[in-house]
Design a protein around this ligand. Structure first.
Ligand code: ADP
Ligand code: ZN
Length: 249
Protein backbone atom coordinates (compact mmCIF):
# COMPACT_ATOMS: atom_id res chain seq x y z
CA UNK A 1 0.00 0.00 0.00
CA UNK A 2 2.80 2.37 0.96
CA UNK A 3 4.60 1.46 -2.23
CA UNK A 4 1.52 2.09 -4.35
CA UNK A 5 1.00 5.53 -2.80
CA UNK A 6 4.62 6.57 -3.29
CA UNK A 7 4.49 5.32 -6.84
CA UNK A 8 1.30 7.27 -7.56
CA UNK A 9 2.67 10.55 -6.22
CA UNK A 10 5.88 10.37 -8.21
CA UNK A 11 3.94 9.32 -11.31
CA UNK A 12 1.78 12.41 -10.90
CA UNK A 13 4.83 14.65 -10.48
CA UNK A 14 6.53 13.31 -13.59
CA UNK A 15 3.33 13.52 -15.63
CA UNK A 16 3.05 17.18 -14.68
CA UNK A 17 6.65 17.84 -15.68
CA UNK A 18 6.10 16.05 -19.01
CA UNK A 19 2.90 17.96 -19.71
CA UNK A 20 4.47 21.30 -18.95
CA UNK A 21 7.50 20.58 -21.16
CA UNK A 22 5.48 19.58 -24.19
CA UNK A 23 6.14 22.14 -26.90
CA UNK A 24 5.33 23.93 -29.09
CA UNK A 25 2.30 25.69 -27.71
CA UNK A 26 -0.94 24.37 -29.10
CA UNK A 27 -2.67 27.69 -28.64
CA UNK A 28 -1.64 30.29 -31.21
CA UNK A 29 -3.97 33.22 -31.00
CA UNK A 30 -3.66 36.18 -33.33
CA UNK A 31 -3.41 38.49 -30.37
CA UNK A 32 -1.56 37.43 -27.20
CA UNK A 33 -3.92 35.54 -24.86
CA UNK A 34 -5.28 37.47 -21.89
CA UNK A 35 -6.53 34.99 -19.33
CA UNK A 36 -7.85 35.18 -15.80
CA UNK A 37 -8.21 32.21 -13.48
CA UNK A 38 -10.66 31.94 -10.60
CA UNK A 39 -11.14 29.47 -7.81
CA UNK A 40 -11.80 29.40 -4.10
CA UNK A 41 -8.56 29.57 -2.02
CA UNK A 42 -7.07 26.08 -2.07
CA UNK A 43 -8.72 25.13 -5.37
CA UNK A 44 -5.32 24.77 -7.05
CA UNK A 45 -5.74 27.77 -9.32
CA UNK A 46 -2.13 28.89 -8.78
CA UNK A 47 -0.80 25.44 -9.72
CA UNK A 48 -2.99 25.29 -12.82
CA UNK A 49 -2.06 28.86 -13.78
CA UNK A 50 1.63 27.92 -13.59
CA UNK A 51 1.06 24.90 -15.86
CA UNK A 52 -0.94 26.99 -18.33
CA UNK A 53 1.83 29.61 -18.37
CA UNK A 54 4.51 27.05 -19.12
CA UNK A 55 2.51 25.20 -21.72
CA UNK A 56 1.22 28.19 -23.67
CA UNK A 57 4.13 30.54 -23.10
CA UNK A 58 2.11 33.25 -21.36
CA UNK A 59 3.21 35.15 -18.25
CA UNK A 60 1.81 33.96 -14.91
CA UNK A 61 0.90 37.01 -12.86
CA UNK A 62 -0.13 36.05 -9.35
CA UNK A 63 -0.99 39.06 -7.22
CA UNK A 64 -0.63 36.96 -4.04
CA UNK A 65 2.88 35.82 -5.03
CA UNK A 66 3.93 39.36 -5.98
CA UNK A 67 2.65 40.69 -2.65
CA UNK A 68 4.39 37.93 -0.68
CA UNK A 69 7.63 38.69 -2.48
CA UNK A 70 7.27 42.41 -1.69
CA UNK A 71 6.68 41.50 1.96
CA UNK A 72 9.73 39.26 2.16
CA UNK A 73 11.88 41.99 0.57
CA UNK A 74 10.44 44.52 3.05
CA UNK A 75 9.58 47.06 0.37
CA UNK A 76 7.28 50.00 1.09
CA UNK A 77 4.48 48.18 -0.70
CA UNK A 78 5.23 45.02 1.27
CA UNK A 79 5.07 46.87 4.59
CA UNK A 80 1.71 48.28 3.58
CA UNK A 81 0.27 44.95 2.45
CA UNK A 82 1.61 42.69 5.20
CA UNK A 83 -1.15 42.96 7.78
CA UNK A 84 -3.89 42.48 5.20
CA UNK A 85 -2.37 39.25 3.95
CA UNK A 86 -1.71 37.86 7.42
CA UNK A 87 -5.36 38.43 8.37
CA UNK A 88 -6.73 36.99 5.13
CA UNK A 89 -8.18 40.40 4.17
CA UNK A 90 -8.01 42.05 0.79
CA UNK A 91 -5.28 44.60 0.17
CA UNK A 92 -6.80 47.98 -0.89
CA UNK A 93 -7.86 48.15 -4.54
CA UNK A 94 -5.61 51.14 -5.22
CA UNK A 95 -2.58 49.00 -4.35
CA UNK A 96 -3.51 45.94 -6.39
CA UNK A 97 -4.76 47.94 -9.37
CA UNK A 98 -1.46 49.83 -9.59
CA UNK A 99 0.48 46.58 -9.19
CA UNK A 100 -1.38 44.82 -11.98
CA UNK A 101 -1.24 47.86 -14.28
CA UNK A 102 2.54 47.91 -13.84
CA UNK A 103 2.89 44.21 -14.70
CA UNK A 104 0.59 44.35 -17.72
CA UNK A 105 2.67 47.17 -19.19
CA UNK A 106 5.89 45.15 -19.44
CA UNK A 107 7.14 44.25 -22.91
CA UNK A 108 7.08 40.49 -22.29
CA UNK A 109 3.50 40.51 -21.11
CA UNK A 110 2.41 42.61 -24.06
CA UNK A 111 4.15 40.25 -26.46
CA UNK A 112 3.28 36.90 -24.90
CA UNK A 113 0.03 37.53 -23.08
CA UNK A 114 -0.77 36.59 -19.50
CA UNK A 115 -2.74 34.52 -17.06
CA UNK A 116 -3.84 36.60 -14.08
CA UNK A 117 -4.20 34.65 -10.85
CA UNK A 118 -5.79 36.32 -7.83
CA UNK A 119 -7.13 39.33 -9.74
CA UNK A 120 -9.74 40.77 -10.22
CA UNK A 121 -11.22 40.10 -6.81
CA UNK A 122 -13.53 43.10 -6.42
CA UNK A 123 -15.86 45.15 -8.61
CA UNK A 124 -13.34 48.01 -8.72
CA UNK A 125 -10.60 45.63 -9.81
CA UNK A 126 -12.84 44.21 -12.52
CA UNK A 127 -13.54 47.72 -13.81
CA UNK A 128 -9.85 48.60 -13.68
CA UNK A 129 -8.99 45.47 -15.64
CA UNK A 130 -11.58 46.35 -18.27
CA UNK A 131 -9.88 49.73 -18.65
CA UNK A 132 -6.55 47.95 -19.06
CA UNK A 133 -7.95 46.07 -22.05
CA UNK A 134 -10.01 43.31 -20.42
CA UNK A 135 -9.49 39.61 -20.95
CA UNK A 136 -10.21 37.17 -23.71
CA UNK A 137 -10.89 34.10 -21.59
CA UNK A 138 -11.70 33.30 -17.97
CA UNK A 139 -11.09 29.94 -16.32
CA UNK A 140 -12.81 28.69 -13.20
CA UNK A 141 -11.43 25.82 -11.13
CA UNK A 142 -14.51 24.51 -9.32
CA UNK A 143 -14.10 22.97 -5.87
CA UNK A 144 -16.24 22.75 -2.77
CA UNK A 145 -15.23 24.79 0.28
CA UNK A 146 -14.73 21.63 2.33
CA UNK A 147 -12.30 20.14 -0.18
CA UNK A 148 -10.46 23.46 -0.42
CA UNK A 149 -10.02 23.70 3.35
CA UNK A 150 -8.74 20.15 3.44
CA UNK A 151 -6.14 20.93 0.77
CA UNK A 152 -4.95 24.12 2.38
CA UNK A 153 -4.15 22.20 5.55
CA UNK A 154 -1.29 20.35 3.83
CA UNK A 155 0.03 23.21 1.75
CA UNK A 156 3.57 24.60 1.68
CA UNK A 157 4.77 27.56 -0.34
CA UNK A 158 7.92 29.14 -1.65
CA UNK A 159 8.51 32.84 -2.02
CA UNK A 160 9.21 32.23 -5.75
CA UNK A 161 5.55 31.34 -6.18
CA UNK A 162 5.81 27.54 -6.23
CA UNK A 163 3.33 25.71 -4.07
CA UNK A 164 3.37 22.14 -2.78
CA UNK A 165 1.17 19.77 -0.86
CA UNK A 166 2.35 17.08 1.53
CA UNK A 167 0.16 14.43 -0.13
CA UNK A 168 -0.86 15.66 -3.57
CA UNK A 169 2.24 17.44 -4.78
CA UNK A 170 5.22 16.88 -2.47
CA UNK A 171 8.58 18.56 -3.20
CA UNK A 172 11.39 16.21 -4.24
CA UNK A 173 13.40 17.20 -1.16
CA UNK A 174 11.23 17.66 1.94
CA UNK A 175 11.01 21.32 2.95
CA UNK A 176 12.87 22.64 -0.13
CA UNK A 177 11.61 24.18 -3.36
CA UNK A 178 12.10 22.07 -6.53
CA UNK A 179 12.37 25.19 -8.60
CA UNK A 180 14.74 27.46 -6.66
CA UNK A 181 15.94 25.42 -3.66
CA UNK A 182 14.71 27.90 -1.04
CA UNK A 183 13.10 26.78 2.22
CA UNK A 184 9.34 26.23 2.05
CA UNK A 185 7.02 27.91 4.52
CA UNK A 186 3.41 27.71 5.63
CA UNK A 187 1.51 30.89 4.86
CA UNK A 188 0.19 32.92 7.81
CA UNK A 189 -3.15 33.13 6.06
CA UNK A 190 -3.38 29.34 5.73
CA UNK A 191 -4.37 29.14 9.42
CA UNK A 192 -8.04 28.20 9.94
CA UNK A 193 -9.33 31.73 10.82
CA UNK A 194 -7.87 33.56 7.80
CA UNK A 195 -8.79 30.62 5.54
CA UNK A 196 -12.45 30.92 6.52
CA UNK A 197 -12.32 34.66 5.92
CA UNK A 198 -10.69 34.24 2.49
CA UNK A 199 -13.33 31.73 1.44
CA UNK A 200 -16.10 34.05 2.62
CA UNK A 201 -14.58 36.98 0.72
CA UNK A 202 -14.28 34.82 -2.37
CA UNK A 203 -17.97 33.94 -2.39
CA UNK A 204 -19.10 37.48 -1.60
CA UNK A 205 -16.78 39.60 -3.69
CA UNK A 206 -15.11 37.47 -6.34
CA UNK A 207 -17.65 34.83 -7.38
CA UNK A 208 -19.91 37.51 -8.98
CA UNK A 209 -17.10 38.17 -11.48
CA UNK A 210 -17.06 34.54 -12.48
CA UNK A 211 -20.74 34.95 -13.31
CA UNK A 212 -19.94 38.15 -15.21
CA UNK A 213 -17.52 36.28 -17.49
CA UNK A 214 -19.98 33.39 -17.86
CA UNK A 215 -22.67 35.80 -19.03
CA UNK A 216 -20.26 37.17 -21.61
CA UNK A 217 -19.61 33.66 -22.89
CA UNK A 218 -15.88 33.68 -22.13
CA UNK A 219 -15.84 31.32 -19.13
CA UNK A 220 -14.43 27.81 -19.09
CA UNK A 221 -15.11 25.79 -15.92
CA UNK A 222 -13.19 22.66 -14.97
CA UNK A 223 -13.67 20.35 -12.02
CA UNK A 224 -10.82 20.93 -9.56
CA UNK A 225 -11.43 17.75 -7.57
CA UNK A 226 -9.22 15.24 -9.49
CA UNK A 227 -5.41 15.06 -9.31
CA UNK A 228 -3.37 18.01 -10.61
CA UNK A 229 -2.42 16.37 -13.91
CA UNK A 230 -6.01 15.33 -14.59
CA UNK A 231 -7.40 18.81 -13.91
CA UNK A 232 -4.75 20.23 -16.23
CA UNK A 233 -5.53 17.85 -19.07
CA UNK A 234 -9.23 18.62 -18.88
CA UNK A 235 -8.35 22.30 -18.89
CA UNK A 236 -6.14 21.83 -21.96
CA UNK A 237 -9.00 19.99 -23.67
CA UNK A 238 -11.40 22.81 -22.90
CA UNK A 239 -8.95 25.46 -24.07
CA UNK A 240 -8.40 23.58 -27.28
CA UNK A 241 -12.13 23.43 -27.88
CA UNK A 242 -12.66 27.16 -27.40
CA UNK A 243 -9.21 27.71 -28.94
CA UNK A 244 -8.78 30.61 -31.32
CA UNK A 245 -12.25 31.93 -31.17
CA UNK A 246 -12.15 32.70 -27.46
CA UNK A 247 -9.01 34.73 -27.96
CA UNK A 248 -10.58 36.95 -30.56
CA UNK A 249 -13.62 37.89 -28.53
P1 ADP B 1 -5.64 32.53 -2.32
O1 ADP B 1 -6.32 32.63 -3.65
O2 ADP B 1 -5.28 31.13 -1.95
O3 ADP B 1 -6.40 33.24 -1.22
P2 ADP B 1 -3.53 34.43 -3.12
O4 ADP B 1 -2.08 34.12 -3.06
O5 ADP B 1 -4.14 34.67 -4.45
O6 ADP B 1 -4.22 33.23 -2.35
O7 ADP B 1 -3.83 35.73 -2.23
C1 ADP B 1 -3.37 35.82 -0.90
C2 ADP B 1 -3.69 37.16 -0.29
O8 ADP B 1 -3.07 38.22 -1.04
C3 ADP B 1 -5.15 37.55 -0.25
O9 ADP B 1 -5.83 37.00 0.86
C4 ADP B 1 -5.04 39.09 -0.14
O10 ADP B 1 -4.66 39.50 1.13
C5 ADP B 1 -3.89 39.39 -1.06
N1 ADP B 1 -4.33 39.61 -2.44
C6 ADP B 1 -3.97 38.88 -3.53
N2 ADP B 1 -4.57 39.33 -4.64
C7 ADP B 1 -5.34 40.38 -4.25
C8 ADP B 1 -6.24 41.28 -4.90
N3 ADP B 1 -6.47 41.17 -6.22
N4 ADP B 1 -6.86 42.23 -4.17
C9 ADP B 1 -6.64 42.36 -2.88
N5 ADP B 1 -5.83 41.55 -2.17
C10 ADP B 1 -5.18 40.57 -2.84
ZN1 ZN C 1 11.02 28.42 -5.02
Amino acid sequence: MVFVRVFCYSAVTSTIARMARRQPPTLRPFAPPRLVIFGVPGSGKGTQAELVARRYGVRHISTGTILRSEISRRTVLGQRARRYLAAGKLVPDSVTNALVAKHLRTATVRRRGFILDGYPRTRRQLNALERMGGVTLAVEIALTDAAAVHRISGRQNCVCGASYHAAYHPPKRPGGCDRCGRRLFTRDDDRPGPVRRRIRIYHRQTAPHVRHYRRHGVLVTVDGQPAIAEVFSSLVGRLRRVGWRAHRV
